[in-house]
Structures are given as structure tokens and as C-alpha cells.
Write a protein of this length. Structure first.
Length: 163
């Protein structure tokens, strides 16, 4: 499944329901796919530098989201324009997350949540949760966009259960 465009809350819900139909033969995998899809799609919707007004004063971010089934895993990836100043912060978050094990990630998530009133923590928590749910490292890179804003691409994989 591939979608490119504005990701509204309603559209994310519709696409999530579509995923349930596509992957209903792998219940455990589907649960992880669905949760990660929601996390990463919401990150695009909330944090993309490219937005569209979808209702009076309500904006949603634009980008793309892809869910692919491979032989031994599922791949979920997203991409969106970001503000140039957000690039180093996102790279730092991903590097930090990839350097930690599951228990350390859970502790980091608790610690960051306790700081919720002090700073905006939404994307960071979502990236941590994605790594915990997938059981794999985050793949990420930043490339030049079509204007002065870079493109942030993020992907993770969910290993298929071996029967």
C-alpha cells in the first residue's frame, strides 16, 4: 500500500482499516503493522513542513506512507518535508533510539513522558514506540527537497513470525 498526499486524521483511520483487510492472515503482524502505521502517519500529519488547511484553521501535514510485505518481514516507511532546523534533532533522536535496547527504550520513554509539560515530545515518543513495537532499528535519512526544505524518510521493519 502506498499513499502520497495530505494525511488527515480521518484518512489515516480509513487507510488503517484498509491495512486490516490486506494483512488479516497474520494477526500478530497486523497488530504491529497497524500500531506503527498509525504512529508514523500521525508524525507526518502533525510535523510535516508541508501542510494543507483541511477545515477552518485546521491543518494536516502532507507526505507519503508505504506498507510493503516482503518474504520475511513487513516494511513501513514514511517521508515528508521538514524544517531545516529539525533535521539534526531528528537524526539525534534516531541515533539515540537505535543505540538502546528494549528495556532502555522503555525507560527513555517513561523519562521523556515525565518531561511532557516542559517540551514538545510527541515525535520522539512515537519514534521510541515504533522501535519498541517493531523490535528493529529505525532506518532514516534526510535528502534535499524540491525547495529549501529537506525530506525526512523513516522506515522500520517487522519480522514475520516463523512457523
Amino acid at each position: 500500500m502506498l499513499y502520497q498526499g495530505t494525511l488527515t486524521v480521518n484518512l489515516i483511520s480509513i487507510l488503517g482499516n484498509h491495512l486490516r483487510l490486506l494483512f488479516n492472515n497474520d494477526f500478530k503482524g497486523l497488530q504491529k503493522i497497524f500500531k506503527i502505521f498509525i504512529e508514523l502517519s500521525q508524525n507526518v500529519s502533525y510535523y510535516s513542513a508541508e501542510t494543507t488547511e483541511v477545515n477552518n484553521g485546521v491543518y494536516s501535514g502532507a507526505g507519503w506512507v508505504s506498507v510493503q510485505e516482503m518474504d520475511d518481514h513487513y516494511r513501513i516507511s514514511t517521508g515528508n518535508l521538514i524544517k531545516p532546523e529539525d533535521g539534526p534533532k531528528l537524526i539525534h533522536y534516531c541515533e539515540e533510539i537505535n543505540s538502546l535496547g528494549e528495556e532502555e527504550l522503555r525507560k527513555l520513554k517513561r523519562d521523556i513522558r515525565s518531561e511532557a509539560m516542559v517540551r514538545d515530545i510527541g515525535a520522539h515518543i512515537g519514534l521510541i514506540q515504533t522501535s519498541i513495537l517493531s523490535g528493529n532499528k529505525l532506518g532514516y535519512f534526510i535528502t534535499e527537497g524540491t525547495d529549501t526544505r529537506p525530506v525526512f524518510t523513516l522506515e522500520t521493519r517487522i519480522n514475520k513470525e516463523v512457523s
